[in-house]
Design a protein around this ligand. Structure first.
Ligand code: MN
Length: 734
């Protein structure tokens, strides 16, 4: 510890601790005493932070350090360990004062410095769009958790206190922070089981985003307070009597649910306040698990339970670790009453979630360590997905998260009887990927409760699932249509993308080699250093693959390096130039693009999606470049374009009976008569094949077909017929 500095700032007499520090130390000792070392550590952090923030003020006019103390107090209430509470006292030191991570590490230790550093990193995030912002936020949070989940817990406490003191900010900023809390922090707190923090955050958000509604509700609730308090006394009286006789220590707590959750119930059930019943809950907290069931039995002996409302989360805990028994019974005057029964430890977990596990960890039990591992595993899985899906757009990422965050869950069993938790609607394939990505990738079938079921059938709770695999099986894009878990989706996507990229790369190499040989430039190309940089590609492989996938033509690339060969108009057509001419030809089959109200505009077509007649399209007015036409669902028609350009309705000018050229890429497992079968499918639809190439590589065949179709609908029919054919892996329009 940097003795000189601390000597200077520490008061000589520890008896004169300020009240707010005493409060923190007191809260931390409510369940067990702190040793001298831990106490000294927290005191040092307190005085270090106070000194560091000296002279800084919050918007409210209070000293800045009061914020740090409040954040630490939230964590002390949650009974987190002394290092976490100390880190909370110092959480803004690196960001807002002259001290560095190294200074903090030197004065305290690496563990604390890492926590402070993690919180600081979470704080300096810069965003572009709303959607981006959420995703980036999530991503950063999750990635930081991979090191230490306490970073997130501190960040939650920080956000909670900022939400509590939001009234000092301008209204616009208040609403922005409230929305971010609603979209990013509350869902993640929920997923981590931190219920107390989540509901307080939601109530604060509710107050800011819907001030009038929340104020009205507050009034309604306070009017009902007395009624419910009296009612609960009446309800519990006979139960308490019997519990005393049986000598079962039980603490009853009763309270209204959070404002926000009541508001949501009113909205969901479309009922006024008076008609919503489950707004008030009674909680019974006992010492032992056995007592939970005794108390439950006793309550049921006095009041009739409503069957479908009974849930035993003790026998089957939720994925976030929540355990409790829920029952709703018919109380006096025929009013329904919800009762939750749980042990003290379960109650702590229900309120604080993963943070509670952390506290127990200090006590060093094996089972709670497993609990933490499970929590952290869930996050690690997400982090894995984030790191492998480099192309995932923010939007897709949010979708992935929503699946895991909001869907209900089912419980299914492995042949060995282990329980797996999957989202509602999950299929055997989701189960297979949940077991292991290799099991998923090679899954050909499943036995559900002993019977063979299709891969896309829906599993239900209690199913016993056995997966059948085969080495020759490969995932295909149709799987994406029915899998539910993000793990399965990202694994399948990754696999398909990898396959496509490999093939594009190989084809691109071939085209490039051929063209280079023709120009006599093979050696010169090899001597080029990082040719991809000139054309703004991430790597040379990606540049070459873009030729294979048809997104760029080889001439458009080589003309940048060897312009002398591309000035003449009398150039020979290479294979890749055929791609260009194909698109030109395809587009000529239509009379062009119709644009409402504007004549003689320059038209160009998005290289990203290559629209052809029949595709739903959309246009952008580009300054100086006329109109660019994209497919309506083209991925690059994203946020960036919308800002710079103006969207315009366009349509193909063509008659119905006209035929269009389409290029199809078919991937299939090599087998006898494959080419014959494919051609037969085309001819069964009376389709002309314009050109075709087929290439065999190992046991995979790549076929490129240019065919004439009547429109998108016919094309879809042909595609599904092809996919149904033996050995066909994928059929994609190029
Ligand atoms: Mn802060």
């Amino acid at each position: 510890m940097s003795a000189a500095l601390l000597d200077r700032i520490l008061p000589s007499d520890s008896g004169s601790d300020p009240a707010d520090l005493q409060n923190i130390l007191g809260l931390m000792q409510e369940t067990k005493p702190l040793n001298d070392e831990a106490t000294a550590f927290i005191r040092n952090a307190y005085f270090f932070g106070k000194e560091a923030h000296k002279g800084q003020l919050r918007r409210s006019g209070e000293p800045y350090f009061t914020h740090c103390v409040e954040v630490a107090t939230v964590l002390a209430e949650m009974k987190l360990d002394s290092v976490t509470v100390s880190a909370a006292l110092l959480h803004d030191v690196i960001e807002d004062t002259g001290y560095t991570v190294k200074d903090v590490a030197k004065a305290f230790n690496e563990e604390l410095a890492n926590l402070v550093d993690g919180v600081t990193k979470l704080s300096d995030m810069k965003f572009k769009s709303e959607e981006d912002k959420q995703a980036v936020n999530f991503r950063k949070m999750l990635l930081s958790v991979a090191d230490d989940i306490r970073v997130i817990i501190i960040k939650f406490a920080d956000r909670l206190h900022n939400m509590r003191t939001l009234e000092h900010l301008p209204a616009v900023k208040q609403r922005r922070i409230a929305r971010e809390t609603r979209d990013v922090y509350a869902p993640l707190a929920h997923r981590l089981g931190m219920h107390r923090i989540k509901s307080e955050m939601e109530d604060l958000v509710f107050k800011i985003l819907e001030p009038k509604v929340s104020k009205d509700l507050e009034k309604l609730i306070s009017k009902r307070q007395d009624f419910f308090d009296n009612y609960v006394l009446k309800f519990l009286e006979p139960v308490k009597e019997r519990l005393d006789e049986a000598n079962i220590d039980t603490v009853f707590k009763s309270r209204f649910k959070s404002y926000y959750s009541i508001h949501r119930k009113m909205k969901d059930q479309n009922r006024p306040f008076e008609d919503v019943y489950d707004i008030y809950a009674v909680r019974a907290i006992v010492d032992k698990v056995e007592d939970c069931y005794s108390v439950l039995g006793l309550i049921h002996s006095f009041y009739t339970p409503i069957q479908e409302r009974f849930k035993d989360f003790i026998a089957q805990p939720k994925a976030n670790g929540y355990q409790s028994i829920h029952t709703t019974v018919v109380g006096p005057d025929s009013l329904p009453v919800e009762v939750q029964v749980r042990t003290k430890e379960m109650d702590q977990t229900a309120e604080e979630g993963v943070a509670a596990h952390w506290q127990y960890k200090e006590r060093g039990t094996k089972t709670t360590q497993d609990d933490i591992d499970q929590q952290v595993n869930w996050l690690r899985n997400l982090v894995d997905i984030l790191q492998t899906e480099d192309r995932t757009t923010s939007h897709q990422f949010m979708d992935l998260l929503k699946i895991d965050l909001y869907k209900d869950e089912i419980f299914v069993y492995t042949p060995k009887g282990e329980v797996r938790i999957l989202p509602l609607g999950a299929t055997p394939l989701d189960f297979a990927f949940d077991v292991h990505s290799q099991v998923g990738l090679h899954c050909i079938g499943a036995k559900v409760n002993g019977r063979i079921k299709p891969l896309n059938s829906e599993l239900t709770s209690g199913d016993k699932v056995e997966i059948i695999t085969s080495d020759s099986q490969r995932p295909n894009s149709s799987w994406l249509k029915f899998v539910k878990t993000s793990k399965a989706k990202s694994n399948i996507r990754k696999h398909i993308k990898g396959q496509e990229f490999e093939q594009s790369l190989e084809l691109g190499k071939e085209i490039l080699d051929k063209e280079l040989r023709k120009l006599g430039k093979a050696k010169e190309w090899k001597r080029l250093k990082d040719p991809h940089l000139k054309l703004k590609f991430e790597s040379e492989d990606k540049l070459i693959a873009s030729i294979g996938s048809g997104h760029r033509t080889v001439s458009s690339i080589l003309s940048k390096f060897f312009p002398e060969h591309y000035t003449s108009h009398r150039k020979e057509k290479t294979e890749s130039q055929l791609t260009d001419s194909f698109f030109r030809r395809a587009r000529r089959s239509s009379k062009g693009v119709l644009i409402h109200g504007i004549d003689n505009m320059m038209i160009s077509f998005g290289k990203c999606c290559n629209p052809i007649p029949g595709d739903p399209i959309i246009g952008f007015i580009t300054r100086g470049r006329g109109i660019t036409v994209h497919q309506k669902d083209c991925e690059t028609v994203g946020t960036n374009l919308v800002e710079k350009e103006r969207i315009i309705d366009v349509e193909w000018s063509s008659s119905r009976t006209q035929r269009f050229l389409v290029r199809l890429k078919i991937l299939a497992q090599e087998r006898k008569h494959l080419a014959r079968d494919v051609t037969e499918i085309f001819s069964s639809y009376d389709i002309n094949i314009d050109t075709l190439t087929m290439k065999v590589d190992g046991d995979v065949v790549t076929g490129l077909f240019v065919i004439e179709v009547e429109g998108v609908k016919q094309l879809e029919r042909i595609k599904s017929k092809l996919l149904a054919s033996d050995g066909v892996i994928s059929v994609d329009r190029e």
